[in-house]
Design a binder for this molecule. Structure first.
Ligand SMILES: Cc1cc2nc3c(=O)[nH]c(=O)nc-3n(C[C@H](O)[C@H](O)[C@H](O)COP(=O)(O)O)c2cc1C
Ligand code: SF4
Length: 414
């Protein structure tokens, strides 16, 4: 198979069989103790049967006090037997797919009904006035949790961890210029990036095995004033100086890959998940991917997000022929031309977890293409079990019942 998408890819010391990555997608369906439920099993069994090169496990929390989702997966001591069983079950289905765990902390966007919110700035970000201000002592505990969660991921058989620094979660809250107070992890860029450095260095010590993959999904530009990738705490102007320094710093501290993203679904959802109204944002992601690719060593893998919108070319883009605007077209072209090394799919993986296998066998006509209706995102926003409400009857019912009971959603922010 000569297509770039279906060539193997070395990540650290491991090799992914192809360059399609299933992006992390949390689905509010863990058991009450944070273990994977039958619904979680079904989702990942399908991903592994579908033969993706890499599957990133949805955001999993190493603590349960600051979480964004009801029924979130957790990685604490009591979860280890269940997670071990989960990983070995999936590896038995398909041993080739690389399995990464995304370790997360929600910080100020934690759900204030199910958990608590913390913030790192005296002045709260608008909308997060109820978050409690924290400093070194609490962040030291966050780092310890990230490190222990990563060690546990290693022990249960994951191939590596994605130390989450994207989409407005705590890692992003610390990195962004809006984290402007002068404290250990605030103010000057060198202080803000130190949080990521401390996590990487301590994870490396806790998991002393070169085979274990380290990397991060990052938002290159969050798209609101003071967000990551802006000029200053109150500027919305894009300035990628810090984002570029971040990826190079992570590489210097052991990152084997960067999973590019942009936006922050709680504030700038369309930038993170381009939809039918804003398909063109996906091209911006290409630009961010190229910036990553150009600034990293060749062996540091760049995975790119936001490819679902391209599907089979049938989307409301202008100025381009549909056949030159498909997921297959852009995946192959961007890999071949050094824009990116692998393409990650989010919603498209809900719509059809078998996409990689079908594309490899040239069965594109059989693919359930994501319609970008975002019903799955609405399920997430309202803390229901998530999945594709268009092609999977179980989630269609969950969605219809939700609309009947709660009405239509007024604003789309996670
Ligand atoms: C229901 C849902 C849950 C998500 N959960 C996560 C998550 O746990 N971690 C993460 O980094 N991104 C998460 N995302 C974002 C996706 O990984 C991806 O970045 C985004 O959907 C854009 O990709 P797409 O256009 O291929 O869907 C989620 C997206 C959706 C729709
Ligand atoms: S619910 Fe809609 S947006 Fe979500 S995966 Fe299904 S088709 Fe795609």
């Amino acid at each position: 198979m000569s297509e770039s998408l279906f060539t193997s890819l070395k990540i650290g010391k491991k090799v992914a069989p192809n360059r399609i990555v299933i992006n992390a997608m949390e689905c509010c369906d863990a058991l009450p103790n944070g273990d994977p439920s039958p619904l979680t099993y079904k989702r990942y069994e399908d991903y592994f049967k579908g033969k993706a090169g890499v599957v990133v496990l949805e955001a999993i929390t190493p603590q349960y006090d600051y979480i964004a989702r009801k029924n979130q997966l957790s990685i604490k001591e009591h979860n280890l037997p269940a997670l071990k069983k989960f990983v070995s079950h999936l590896k038995a289905i398909n041993p080739e797919t690389i399995f990464l765990f995304q370790i997360t902390h929600s910080g100020e966007i934690s759900n204030n009904v199910y958990s608590q919110r913390i913030r790192v700035t005296e002045e709260p970000l608008a909308g997060y006035e109820d978050a409690k201000l924290v400093r070194e002592a609490e962040i030291e505990q966050v780092i310890k949790d990230y490190v222990l969660g990563s060690r546990y991921a290693y022990e249960v058989g994951a191939d590596g961890v994605d130390l989450k620094l994207c989409h407005g979660y705590l890692g992003t809250q610390i990195l962004r210029p809006f984290n402007k107070d002068n404290w250990k992890y605030g103010g000057a860029w060198e202080n803000r990036r130190q949080f990521a450095i401390d996590i990487y260095d301590r994870v490396r010590l806790a998991v002393n095995d070169d085979n274990f993959i380290l990397g991060s999904k990052i938002s290159m530009y969050e798209g609101f004033p003071g967000g990551v990738g802006t000029m200053s705490p109150d500027s919305a102007c894009m300035d990628l100086t810090e984002s570029i320094d971040l990826i190079k710093t992570l590489e210097a501290h052991g990152a084997h890959y960067i999973l590019q993203s942009a936006g922050s679904p709680s504030h700038t959802l369309d930038l993170a998940h381009p939809d039918r109204r804003t398909p063109d944002y996906a091209y911006l992601h290409f630009y961010f991917q190229k910036i990553c690719r150009d600034n990293l060593k060749p062996e540091t893998v760049v995975m790119g997000s936001a490819y679902s919108i391209f599907r089979d070319g049938k989307q409301p883009f202008c100025a381009v022929k549909p056949e030159n605007n498909t997921l297959r077209f852009w995946g192959n072209k961007n890999i071949k031309e050094g824009v990116v090394d692998a393409v990650a799919i989010g919603r498209q993986a809900f719509a059809d977890p078998y996409l990689p296998a079908k594309m490899m066998e040239d069965k594109d006509k059989e693919v359930h293409w994501c319609t970008l209706c975002d019903h799955c995102v609405e399920l997430l926003i309202r803390q229901h079990n998530c999945g594709c409400a268009t092609y999977d009857k179980h989630y269609t019912t969950v969605y219809v019942d939700m609309i009947k009971a709660e009405g239509k959603l007024k604003a789309k922010h996670t």
